[in-house]
Design a protein around this ligand. Structure first.
Ligand code: COA
Length: 260
């Protein structure tokens, strides 16, 4: 598939996916959502790619939200479908078996903040601004923001940001735990790619089971969550990479993981 709103730069074992509508600050229209879905489904199946960086084109924006010109025409039924479609794509990203890193290179607002939150790791440029300004449009977040924001930064801070629509700096986002790192804008992509390479060297199945245990466990009671962890620990003990990792340690050499 040829993409008009997304650029894909595969350099195995990593791949950089760029939302590419800089003239509209990379706002997510329906075409972008469809193309993003297709890119991610393709990368999920591509064993040569072990980590993904997601970013926005241009210096100004990661993603400035869902495309407001499309939202303006929605009625109740269409609005529900609109939210469900975006939610499905973002949930697919969150459930991917390989790590996805958001490199937040500017505005990450509304759907942009929600997209970043559906990624597993988030690094922001110093000039980035994050927020859920939907309230200022008379709407609410529909791509997971009301659910992922409180899970990431706690109820008090999430409710403040959701209800005021305030934008926060990268530094503040770091303080709240919304991003894990802040770097200068010109270093952002390089840093995100380095992190992707670092993760690409890890045992892919172990990474998958970490993501699986964390995301399944966070929504259930602790006893059920610990059962999930034990199940994932057992599964990873059946892998060749587990034998390789432990033997390499005992033989004082570097492990080579194969994803088996
Ligand atoms: N949907 C559609 N178009 C958008 C957009 C969005 N979410 N965000 C920005 N754009 C468009 C603008 O309409 C403008 O298009 P135009 O040049 O054809 O008029 C272009 O992108 C540049 O944006 P502009 O507003 O001129 O840039 P700015 O630097 O003055 O302001 C923002 C930047 C991010 C503060 C401002 O664009 C904004 O508030 N965007 C909407 C954020 C939002 O509410 N997101 C949640 C949506 S649910």
């Amino acid at each position: 598939m040829e993409y008009q709103t997304i650029a894909v730069d595969k350099d195995a074992p990593i791949c950089v996916v760029t939302i590419n509508r800089p003239e509209k600050l990379n706002a997510l229209n329906q075409q972008t959502i469809t193309e993003l879905n297709d890119v991610m489904e393709t990368l999920a199946e591509d064993d040569s790619v072990r980590a993904i960086v997601l970013t926005g084109a241009g210096p100004k924006a990661f993603v400035a939200g869902a495309d407001i010109s499309e939202i303006a025409h929605l009625n109740g039924e269409a609005g529900k479908q609109f939210a469900e479609k975006g939610q499905q794509v973002f949930r697919f990203i969150e459930k991917m078996k390989k790590p996805v890193i958001a490199a937040i290179n500017g505005f990450a607002l509304g759907g942009g903040c929600e997209l970043a939150m559906s990624c597993h790791l988030r690094i922001a440029a110093t000039h980035a601004k994050l927020g859920q300004p939907e309230i200022n449009l008379g709407i609410i977040p529909g791509y997971g923001g009301t659910q992922r924001l409180p899970r990431l930064i706690g109820l008090s801070n999430a409710l403040y940001l959701l209800c005021t629509g305030e934008m926060i700096s990268a530094e503040k986002a770091m303080e709240l735990g919304l991003v894990s790192e802040v770097v200068e804008g010109e270093q952002l992509l390089e840093r995100a790619k380095n992190l992707a390479h670092q993760l690409a060297e890890k045992a892919p199945l172990a990474l998958h089971y970490i993501l699986d245990a964390v995301y399944r466990g966070i929504n259930v009671d602790l006893d059920t969550a610990l059962d999930i962890e034990a199940e994932c620990f057992g599964a990873v003990c059946d892998t060749e990479d587990m034998k390789e990792g432990t033997e390499a340690f005992l033989n004082k050499r570097k492990p080579v993981f194969k994803g088996r």
